[in-house]
Write a protein that binds this ligand. Structure first.
Ligand code: ZN
Length: 489
């Protein structure tokens, strides 16, 4: 095996966001594109010498090729060990767990989340830090800077590694461990949930449909729900990860998981419906004839979490993103714990979780998670719901209605205006911003504005400020409205 130093030049726009670098697959396949970015990550973290990493992805087109390339660049940068999911597969939460469990120096996660996959669709690469969470902004800034200055990358010329076989292998000084992608994750879930109670629930005739959307959670859901918890064969549908997700859009919401929604609203509905996205961090929960909004799901998990052994000691606090409904706030109030309102992006939750201030977190964009990893976790949310259903022995619809009776109900609607003229959109936002001070006591329809502001977040852990995170308008009676501009996604 020899190491080569390849001369290269900076490539434009390799700027990673909080979810890494996402581009069209063909862009990632261009000469030096992936290599430049991976080398820039190594340069940003101070090199790879003696370090260990986790590598895996959601199985989309180009996943395996990219894993092989990263292995060769890791070897040439002096890495000591890499842990790779079998066939290059790891869900995002499972990768986060492996980083933490093995105390590695970080991990490379190949995914474009819920975006479609394939040669003409999307690909992505994200680096997670040693806490298992997405690289913080300071680090992604260093990565971007490295991509703008890069003049060479290091790569080994060994033959491709057999990713199909679980076990240890070596290439020079690099130890490569191919692991069952499900095993450690499943063991973690067994520490959090009452598997015996869930087994008894399925044994009593409880039925479920889990739509894995031909994405990475298929093997996880089959191994845990069917093979371990005794759910009937066929409970998991679209359970084989496909490079193009079966030409679907692996986004677990009523539009893209329409087949599941139709089933749940029909006479043939099982007791519980659930779905997860491309890389397994998002989730959707549906009861028989009853869709559970992500905001209600967070509030219900917070109110009932103590029924699962992993949370029996109570919650330290809960956190939600600003656009997520305040249903969780009222649960936190009743429990006497803090509820944090953060800007959108899992990194804000990461600080609260690391500091022990929050146990559960959630976003209206179908992400829910806890301090067991540093990513949102789709299957975890489904298992917590199953644990609650097993303990309470009532339907999803009953849980929803009981919750609304106890806490009141939040109605909300999200409207996305995509591909709009950004000049006009920014003008609208600055006009709104200018009027904030004069909005109070004005009427909008039959609602009276009680307050209006520009959302700023002071991180209670590191003291960092995030300003201009969106306009909030409050109305008498507790209603809220928001306007947020997101660029690039
Ligand atoms: Zn995702």
């Amino acid at each position: 095996m020899t190491f080569q130093t390849i001369r290269t030049k900076p490539i434009d726009a390799q700027k990673p966001g909080t979810s890494g670098l996402r581009k069209k697959t063909r862009v990632f396949m261009e000469p030096h594109y992936l290599e430049n970015f991976v080398q820039s990550i190594f340069d940003a973290i101070g090199g790879g010498a003696g370090k260990s990493f986790v590598i895996g992805g959601d199985g989309r087109f180009f996943n395996v090729t990219a894993v092989q390339t990263i292995l060769k660049i890791a070897a040439a940068n002096g890495a000591a060990k890499v842990i790779v999911g079998q066939n290059g597969l790891l869900s995002t939460p499972a990768a986060s767990h492996l980083i933490r469990l093995n105390k590695t120096d970080g991990g490379f996660i190949l995914s474009a989340s819920h975006n479609p996959g394939g040669l003409d669709e999307d690909f992505g690469l994200k680096f997670n830090a040693a806490n298992g969470g997405p690289a913080p902004e300071g680090l992604t800034d260093l990565m971007f800077q490295a991509t703008q200055e890069i003049s060479r990358y290091f790569i080994a010329d060994f033959t491709d590694v057999d990713l199909k076989t679980v076990g240890q292998t070596r290439r020079g000084d690099l130890e490569i461990e191919i692991v069952d992608p499900v095993k450690s994750y499943k063991a973690l879930m067994e520490t959090l949930f009452d598997f015996d109670a869930i087994r008894a629930l399925f044994a009593s005739g409880f039925t479920m449909c889990f739509d894995a959307m031909n994405a990475v959670t298929g093997p996880y859901a089959t191994a845990i729900l069917e093979d371990t918890l005794g759910a009937a064969k066929g409970t998991v549908v679209n359970g084989i990860p496909l490079e193009d997700f079966g030409k679907g859009h692996p986004d677990p919401n009523p539009i893209w998981a329409k087949t599941l929604m139709d089933l749940m609203m029909s006479d043939m509905s099982p007791d519980l419906g659930a779905a997860s996205d491309g890389d397994g961090d998002r989730n959707m929960i549906v009861g028989r004839g009853a869709y559970v909004t992500p905001s209600d799901s967070l509030a219900i998990l917070a109110a009932n979490g103590h029924l699962a052994p992993g949370y029996a000691g109570g919650l330290a606090g809960v956190a939600r993103s600003m656009p997520t409904s305040s249903a969780a706030d009222r649960v936190a109030q009743k429990l006497g714990i803090e509820c944090y309102e953060t800007p959108t992006g899992w990194k804000f939750f990461g600080n609260l979780l690391d500091d022990g201030r929050a146990t559960l977190c959630g976003e209206e964009s179908a992400g829910t998670g806890s301090d067991h990893v540093r990513e949102k976790d789709g299957l975890w949310a489904v298992l917590l719901w199953l644990n609650i259903l097993a303990a309470r022995k009532v339907s999803v619809d009953d849980i929803l209605n009981d919750h609304w009776a106890d806490y009141g109900r939040n109605y909300y609607s999200r409207h996305d205006y995509e591909a709009v003229d950004s000049v006009a959109a920014n003008a609208l936002m600055s006009d709104l911003d200018r009027r904030l001070d004069t909005l109070r006591a004005t009427k909008a329809g039959n609602l009276v504005v009680s307050n209006a502001d520009q959302f700023s977040y002071a991180d209670p852990v590191d003291g960092s400020m995030s300003n201009t995170q969106g306009v909030r308008v409050y109305f008498d009676g507790g209603a809220r409205g928001f306007a947020i501009v997101r660029n690039g996604h």
